[in-house]
Ligand binder design. Structure first.
Ligand code: HEC
Ligand code: HEC
Length: 213
């Protein structure tokens, strides 16, 4: 019934999805070598300001739901294996796709109900090519520095970064990704509390002991 309602309310999307549904199955998987580095996730930290507070929540940023939009290449990814988005969807000049294939052609500001139907949240898209916010292949320390760097994070100060991390709709989507997709396992409250603890203790980054890529 819900599905019928969704198709009724979004007939164009419904048709588009049916047409492209088959294409979803043929995409190739991500090369294992391309998977996010996990080299620097272990931390034996005991003091409060050595970056341990960051590594306590970095697993969320490395989760496939976030990596779908924060990975290498000028395209989004799909699934827990991070395969390239079907239909050769591209980042485009603003991050919202190329003219013939805008994200908003298929993605609404909310999830459509039903497996394999497009998920959605307000401003659905990739970061722009000038600040692509790519974390795949980075060590924990590099991710930490990258999200704090105003040149890479759209001039956010720490308060704005924390607000984005804890409240932004695209981030929140990771906990409610729609039918058939794995939500982020750490409860959102716990994540938000950890981010705020990190901020309160000075938002330190871990030492860069992992591989530089
Ligand atoms: C649908 C794509 C999409 C998903 C999914 C997504 N993001 Fe983003 N993210 C973006 C876009 C687009 C921007 C840039 C928008 C802006 O700066 O306002 C961004 C910016 C950010 C930033 C700003 C700072 C920076 O340098 O990266 C952070 C932090 C962030 N996202 C965290 C997350 C986390 C954590 C998740 C998963 C829980 C997530 N995002 C999931 C698209 C996405
Ligand atoms: C022609 C339709 C279409 C276009 C255009 C499109 N998408 Fe999608 N997208 C889909 C469908 C359908 C799904 C759900 C696939 C499934 O669940 O099997 C999806 C899923 C996704 C996911 C979920 C990935 C995951 O598993 O975590 C992300 C992220 C995403 N798209 C980003 C984008 C971005 C960013 C753009 C624009 C640059 C875009 N899409 C353009 C149809 C489209």
């Amino acid at each position: 019934m819900k599905l019928l309602q969704a198709s009724f309310r979004y007939p164009v999307v419904g048709i588009t999805v049916v047409i492209f549904a088959a294409a979803m199955c043929v995409s190739s998987s991500i090369d294992p070598a391309e998977k996010p580095s996990t080299t620097a996730t272990a931390s034996s930290a005991s003091t409060k300001d050595d970056g341990a507070l960051f590594t306590a929540f970095v697993s969320v940023l490395r989760h496939p739901r976030c990596m779908s939009c924060h990975s290498r290449g000028d395209f989004p990814r799909q699934g827990d294996d991070g395969h390239p988005h079907a239909m050769n969807v591209r980042r485009g000049p603003e991050g919202h796709g190329v003219t013939a294939e805008k994200c908003s052609t298929c993605h609404q500001d909310h999830n459509l109900v039903g497996t394999h139907l497009p998920p959605g949240a307000p401003n659905w898209g990739l970061p722009p090519p000038t600040t692509p916010m790519i974390w795949q292949g980075l060590t924990d320390a590099q991710i930490c520095r990258s999200i704090k760097d105003p040149k890479q994070n759209k001039n956010r100060n720490l308060d704005q970064l924390v607000e984005h991390l804890t409240e932004d709709k695209l981030v929140m989507w990771g906990w409610n990704p729609g039918e058939g997709r794995t939500p982020i396992p750490m409860p959102h409250e716990e994540f938000a509390a950890k981010v705020k603890q990190w901020q309160a203790a000075g938002a330190s980054c871990p030492a860069d002991t992992g591989n530089k890529i």
